[in-house]
Design a protein around this ligand. Structure first.
Ligand code: KG4
Ligand code: ZN
Length: 339
């Protein structure tokens, strides 16, 4: 076996972050540059796809250059280019995919298309050097809520998914309804710290016959109904209590399903990934429940939970060493499935 370090240049542009990173041997982050568009999308209360694509076009080259510079490497030192090709916003994904293809073509270095959710799962490896599959992973982001068995590097089995809204989407919609604005997750997280999580009894939906599936749209409607009823009765809506009670409902559902999956598969190793995994109440509750049940818990630092390119570099590394390569026909696939 060669002792040479494998360096991946990774690019991520599936939503509202333009990101590039250099990752060595799948676990060491040499640079991780993220140019966030949050400020501009905040003006519109959410991500505007057209604006996202345009901003990615402006930012992509400087972000890639900065990632190489901070890692102190040249394109020549890179072994392969990893890029998110789905799921996500088609115009946003296309910017990263085109950039990666251009670099691959110009340098002759292999191209590896990465599934965004596999990237989120791979983020867990960065700070947990000893973690190896198999384990169970709860991936909760703005667009996805999945319970996944990671059988091996690159080998995933989805055992549960949301039937409607993603957990992050519910955070974003509820935040807007209670006047906290965009991005909802971090704002609800903060407001909930001074609220009473048991002030309002919101529903915890379960789906008959599908113990690992999720549904959050009923919860979102229950919050909206609660607010409307208060307004009609002229009663005060205590934002912090609504935030804390809504968050508690999401946390209870996520924790119970994930812990059940870890226990029933017998893997007893549980990882959290995706933007919602940075939620402080979720991390605390999951830690507590895992301790009670003898399950080891792993989660990335918040910077590796939300969208970043380092996680794409990690996933691309494991594909690279197992011989996966993409061709110049790699295209953005907005609805790419996790198989
Ligand atoms: O993984 P991510 O950055 O992008 C997607 O792939 O969707 O996740 C973004 C989502 C948003 O819905 C955001 O509100 C949520 O993650 N989020 C949080 C927190 N930080 C981000 N949700 C709850 N608590 C947080 N602290
Ligand atoms: Zn994401």
């Amino acid at each position: 076996m060669s002792d040479k370090t494998v360096k991946i240049l990774a690019i991520e542009s599936s939503c509202d972050e333009t990101a590039a990173a250099v990752v060595a041997d799948g676990r060491e982050v040499m640079s991780n540059i993220i140019s966030s568009q949050i400020d501009i999308h905040t003006l519109y209360g959410g991500v505007v796809p057209e604006i996202a694509s345009r901003k990615h076009m402006e930012n992509i080259n400087p972000v890639v250059e900065q990632a190489l510079k901070e890692a102190n490497v040249r394109l020549d030192d890179i072994d392969a280019i990893g890029v998110t090709y789905g799921p996500g916003l088609v115009g946003a994904l296309l910017v990263g995919v085109s950039c990666a293809k251009g670099i691959s073509l110009a340098t002759g270095k292999p191209l590896i298309g990465v599934h965004h959710i596999k990237g989120h799962i791979s983020a867990v490896y960065i700070e947990n050097k000893q973690l190896k599959p198999p384990f169970v992973c709860l991936v909760a982001s703005g667009g996805h809520t999945h319970l996944v068995i990671v059988h091996d590097y690159g080998k995933y089995e989805v055992i549960g998914r949301t039937r409607d809204d993603a957990a992050g989407e519910a955070f974003d919609k509820v935040a807007r309804a209670i006047g906290l604005g965009y991005p909802g997750g971090p704002k609800i997280d903060k407001a909930a710290k001074t609220g009473n999580p048991h002030a309002i009894e919101f529903p915890r939906a379960s789906i008959e016959g599908s113990p690992y599936d999720f549904s959050f749209s009923g919860l979102k409607s229950a919050v909206l109904n609660y607010i409307n009823t208060c307004k009609m009765k002229g009663e005060e809506v205590v934002t912090e209590d609504v935030a804390a009670s809504f968050q508690q409902s999401v946390v209870d559902v996520l924790v119970s399903r994930a812990v059940k999956a870890a226990k029933e598969t017998g893997y007893l190793k549980l990882a959290l990934a995706g933007g919602v995994a940075s939620n402080s109440a979720l991390r605390e509750a999951m830690k507590e429940e895992c301790e009670k049940n003898g399950i080891e818990i792993y989660y990335p630092s918040p910077i590796y939970c939300t969208d970043n390119a380092a996680m794409i570099g990690v996933a691309a590394y494991y594909d690279y060493v197992s011989g996966v390569r993409s061709g110049m026909d790699l295209n953005a696939v907005p609805g790419l499935k996790l198989t």
